[in-house]
Design a protein around this ligand. Sequence first.
Ligand code: GLY
Ligand code: MN
Ligand code: MN
Length: 451
Amino acid sequence: MNKTNIYQQRRDALAKQMLSKTGGGIAVISTAPELARNRDSEFPYRHDSDFFYLCGFEEPGATLVLKVTSHGGLETHLFCKPKDPEREIWDGLRLGPEAAPEILGVEFAHSNQTLDQKLSELLADQEAIYIRLAESAEADRRLRHWMKQVRGQARSGINPPSQLHDVETLIHEMRLFKDAHEIDIMRKAAAISARAHVRAMQICKPGMREYQLEAELLHEFRNSGAQSVAYNSIVAGGENSCILHYRAGATELRSGELCLIDAGCELDGYASDITRTFPVNGKFTGPQRALYDITLAAQEAALAMTKPGNTFMQPHEAAVRVLTQGLLDEKLLKLAELGSLENAIESGAYRRFYMHRTSHWLGMDVHDVGSYREPIENPSKEDKPWRILQSGMVITVEPGLYIRPADDIDEAYWNIGIRIEDDAVINNSGCELISRGVPVKADEIEALMKS
Ligand code: GLY
Ligand code: MN
Ligand code: MN
């Protein structure tokens, strides 16, 4: 299927939802704003994921409007920056509204300078408008302006919309299920990231700094065609490995310590998200190895539960059980105090060493969209159950253990922070791990670092 058909199909699917919810209406989805870094220098531009999902257009300054009639007809309008030879010399070529219909497969395209006027026309006599609720003060201001324009025509017999709906919820439910085109890109993104982790492990040696390994990751990402990182890379040596959202800094990587790398590239709008933890000098110490093997066993237990029909929480519960048993075995949790494995889990005692969830959705965004609860129509009737995993969903599986210095902890375990994270595509029978291009077993990591 060609790309414009994919986006057309997604717009059709959104239109269908609008039709069944409110008998049609107007949906307005803008892309992300450009952000100043300082003076006239900007942060690298990244489109809005929902917007991109529906039209595949990467330029800033664009808005997509879907008009769905009560008969189910769909008209797509794209508003984009007009051609401007003078500005294009400085900022790069623009597609422009003249070429957009042919290239993007939308019915109508207009200069973004006509957005306010056109929206006031499009909203006339529409029952429902679908926007992102509370997106920004600017979006609210624009909506007020359009509504005011339409209300101003009341004496001509024109009515403004009377219903406001959140368009995000509808799009995010669609984005939760990846199609073959998306999974194909995600496989490639994960393969690039895995290679970057291999490169970092091979190059790492005591005395290097965290930012030097970050540079190796970036080299592999960009050299492989990935446009960007999917999130700021974590390269954490020694005690930094126990800081969950640490950034690669200037800390020296020291022999005898661990290095935790959580890094993934973004390829063609899709994220990958891999964590590996390895010994800076290429050989795990006894306590490091013990905790590493527990974390890996926890990941394996979680992966065994990562299959269709299970809930989103089942992999997490499986990981917690293995991690907690491991913490008891290593005497980091005291059986004498806790009484039993069950109590160590129930009481949340393990959270001192494992304080995050095992999984999150992965897709266009690293912490991707989609409800973690089953979409039940009338939630007041019962608590919403955790989401049932289904084929086409993509999740990370990332257990960890983080041991900070404390009086009641054997010093041999201090500053051991371990996380092992892979990306799993749920299929009909279980899951496909798409990030295993980098070794995960302790022996294999040691062998790779030795080579
Ligand atoms: N890299 C962010 C996460 O693992 O959730
Ligand atoms: Mn993650
Ligand atoms: Mn991660």
